[in-house]
Design a protein around this ligand. Structure first.
Ligand code: HEM
Length: 399
């Protein structure tokens, strides 16, 4: 009988064989010890994402669900979710995100150029973690003088795999960031500027529940939106970049194709997110009994929507375990979630990943990022390398 423990280090490192077993043998799986259910087929994960009335986010989106009750967009159900999201989407539109392209390219170049001529470096700590941090600060309009503090605090928050990080350290880092955002909001209230904080302060939307009430966010709500965008936009991208580099080491033919045809980088970004999704599961809590594949999940239970498995489901993808930029079988992409909580930063994330892969390959076309050398500590909300040795040449790919 299939067993699925997401905290088992071997399963975390390579969950795909277990996922296949789950899809085939137990598409509605129950882990009684850890008190969660798991749905693993593409069609079921998609349907659950689309049914927020039954699968609520309010009980937390990780396996443990400790974050439940925090004032985060990702933990809200409609109607509150709707107007918060509308305001944030107005300020951080796909257009405003795409405008960051020159900045991202410049930053990527700056971070990578220092290693031209080096034999090996840690591509996660020196590049993949640093790039999205600067990009988020730029997107949020964090003034230059505060960026070093933001970077230091984010490091403290995400000190994963560098020895145990105490809960206290994490909470203090959170508080530090919130205080910074609150002080910037107070400054902008007194003296508005042409920046995202000032825009968020003055933006209001009509609540579509009654079509009359207009809504604005409080200072605390704005500060939490910033905190959330910072966290959501950092760790996921930091995992996606090494995932892509490892995939292009495993599949050298695909790398040759990319080197020969740079128009494929966007496809490479999309296939990276499908092949090795940074966000493998999204947690929900059932609001009613759910009957699926002959199993009843009672109301009030934690259910994990296993996107990482759905993206390898042979029911919708041909040869799902192969990294293939040319695949035409493109069912609803689930790597950014789906439905009302679909990733707000999807455009930016894809752009960052595309540019990161291209800038790396422009400098180090023959690199080796050996998945066996990746350090992957178990964390419950994202999956990917925390350290990854990057050998700058020797793959025997580039002529
Ligand atoms: C490769 C990078 C990324 C991946 C794989 C990713 C994945 C996801 C997923 C799966 C969700 C849905 C969570 C759920 O349904 O419970 C989500 C939501 C979200 N993402 Fe991303 N994300 C990425 C990058 C970003 C970036 C760059 C930003 C911000 C600039 C961002 C901001 C958000 C926000 C705010 C939400 C919550 C939306 C809501 O609840 O309405 N993400 N993301």
């Amino acid at each position: 009988m299939v067993e699925y423990n997401p905290f088992d280090p071997d399963t975390f490192r390579n969950p795909y064989p277990v996922y296949r077993q789950l899809r085939d043998e137990a598409p509605v799986f129950h882990n009684a010890d850890l008190k969660f259910w798991a749905i693993s087929r593409h069609a079921d994960v998609l349907a659950a994402h689309n049914d927020w009335q039954t699968f609520s986010s309010a009980g937390g989106v990780t396996i443990e669900g400790h974050e439940a009750g925090q004032p985060m967009l990702i933990l809200k159900d409609p109607p509150e979710h709707r107007w918060h999201r509308k305001i944030v989407s107005k300020v951080f539109s796909p257009r405003s995100m795409m405008k960051l392209e020159p900045y991202i390219r410049g930053k990527a170049a700056e971070l990578l150029d220092q290693f031209v001529g080096a034999e090996e470096f840690d591509v996660v700590q020196e590049f993949a973690v640093r790039l999205p941090l600067d990009v988020i600060s730029e997107l949020l309009g964090i003034p230059e003088e505060h960026r070093a503090f933001v970077n230091k605090t984010a490091d403290a928050m995400l000190n994963r795999g560098n020895g145990p990080r105490s809960e206290e350290e994490f909470v203090n880092a959170n508080i530090g960031l919130l205080e910074l955002y609150q002080s910037l909001i107070a400054e902008r209230r007194k003296e508005p500027k042409d920046d995202p904080i000032s825009l968020l302060i003055k933006t209001e939307v009509i609540d579509d529940e009654d079509g009359v009430t207009t809504r604005r966010m409080s200072d605390q709500e704005i500060a939490f939106r910033f905190l959330e965008l910072g966290v959501a936009g950092h760790e996921t991208v930091a995992k996606a970049i090494p995932n892509g580099l490892m995939a292009l080491t495993r599949f050298p033919e695909q790398r040759r194709r990319l080197l020969a045809d740079p128009t494929l980088y966007d496809r490479a970004a999309g296939e990276t997110l499908r092949y090795d999704a940074p966000s493998h599961l999204q947690g929900r809590t059932t609001t009613r009994d759910v009957e699926l594949h002959g199993v009843t999940i009672p109301a009030g239970e934690r259910v994990m929507l296993l996107t990482g498995s759905a993206l390898r489901d042979e029911r919708v993808y041909e040869e799902p375990d192969v990294f293939n930029m040319d695949r035409r079988d493109e069912p609803s992409t689930l790597f950014f979630g789906f439905g009302i909580h679909r990733c707000l930063g999807a455009h930016l994330a894809r752009l960052e990943l595309r540019i990161a892969l291209q800038e790396v390959l422009n400098r180090f076309p023959d690199y080796i990022a050996d998945p066996d050398r990746a350090d992957m500590p178990v964390v419950s909300n994202v999956r990917g390398a925390h350290h990854l040795p990057f050998v700058t040449s020797g793959a025997g790919i580039a002529a």
